[in-house]
Design a binder for this molecule. Sequence first.
Ligand SMILES: C=CC1=C(C)c2cc3[nH]c(cc4nc(cc5[nH]c(cc1n2)c(C)c5CCC(=O)O)C(CCC(=O)O)=C4C)c(C)c3C=C
Ligand SMILES: [Fe+2]
Length: 476
Amino acid sequence: MECVRSGVLGSRGSGKSFASATPCGKSSSTNLAACTKFEQKLHGKVKPLQLSASGTSSLVHRGPVLKYQRSLAVRSTSADVCTTFDENVKGVTSHAVEEKVGVLLLNLGGPETLNDVQPFLFNLFADPDIIRLPRLFRFLQRPLAKLISTFRAPKSKEGYASIGGGSPLRRITDEQANALKNALKEKNLEADIYVGMRYWYPFTEEAIDQIKKDKITKLVVLPLYPQYSISTSGSSIRVLQNIVKEDAYFAGLPISIIESWYQREGYVKSMADLIEKELTVFSNPEEVMIFFSAHGVPLTYVKDAGDPYRDQMEDCIALIMEELRSRGTLNNHTLAYQSRVGPIQWLKPYTDEVLVELGQNGVKSLLAVPVSFVSEHIETLEEIDMEYRELALESGIENWGRVPALGCTSSFISDLADAVVEALPSASALTTRKVKDTDSDMDMMHYLSKMFLGSVLAFILLLSPRLVSFFRNKLQ
Ligand SMILES: C=CC1=C(C)c2cc3[nH]c(cc4nc(cc5[nH]c(cc1n2)c(C)c5CCC(=O)O)C(CCC(=O)O)=C4C)c(C)c3C=C
Ligand SMILES: [Fe+2]
């Protein structure tokens, strides 16, 4: 039997997004009540599930209850979708059939060649979870994506060219899928692993088709992002939810979604192991500043849309540092956010600015720790290893190191396998529906000025030097 099912379907070519972002159906008050009453057990205590800004919540598996889960954010993260257990469908699926477990790994995807870069960027910017337009302006999503991807492509291509002409994400994710399959086997669980990428091959839609063809009877969904963001796990889960709501097979399939897992003991310890190991490369390890660099998101995601990403990131860093301290590693540390795109405000502090400040303040040794992603990718290989390293050295930092991404580290993969095993019992049929699209409706003027005018137009105009000079020439 084939173990890892990724990239086996679909013809390559158009780069056209498969994704649709149609809103879910109407809410029913019974389901909303079921949602709001849900309580989650943590540490023996029952914690009420907090509601998101849109007044919705979701039932998801969130890993084992260990000391690492003590400060787990339980707020709903799928901005406006409520996930409920459907007792009726449960009845349908409970008759005796041979169990076929599937695990769907969700990831971002990346261009494999330089020719893929613009269509990959188109798919990314056409995602309404990446450029969040008010409903009234959704018709502009694709034209904007075309424009922005065209202007962004030359800069992105340079980056991908400098790391060998394409993203390593597909290869690494396939390796992780294989390793996970083996780890599950060792834990006596036979499972088929599927890879679904959000913006490039193999697309999530292809993986979902294959899951249906294989007649999987139980599915665990595992986004390969430790922390949840609307723009990453949220966007991929939304694709899945849109399919579940349209397809009878998926509507009846017991599914468990592991939304975030940064708090898992195995992940935290694996990160601490990598950091400890890399510190030993320095001649004075105790003097090294541990510099966590997380991928940023626009500030509005956290401030206006209730994205739990920043809270989860801070919690994650606290857990890793707690683990290091318990091992006697007492280094100073800091957290900053990298990879912002366009002139809008992103989460602060910014990695480039903090590096300069640290250098100016006399920090001589620095260990960069990428923390929002578990594979090497353009932002570790190019942005951190090349751009930030150069900036740090120019700013007075003399000794630079970087912790590798977790990749297929065995303790980490084994922990992901545990997460899958623990998630299986809570797999249940999902019903998804839209409760209220608050982002689009809440305060149109506020949204217009802040999100639309403030981000999209400025984004396009200032993002591309070519466009700026075009307008300058026009105006001159
Ligand atoms: C947790 C990780 C990530 C978050 C959050 C995220 C948000 C986000 N990203 C963009 C724009 C771009 N991202 C790009 C590449 C890219 N992004 C992530 C992860 C997160 N993004 C990864 C792992 C990658 C690399 C994939 C690879 O090929 O190796 C790109 C393309 C590269 C570039 O031109 O810089 C863009 C553009 C936005 C706008 C956003 C939040 C709204
Ligand atoms: Fe990104």
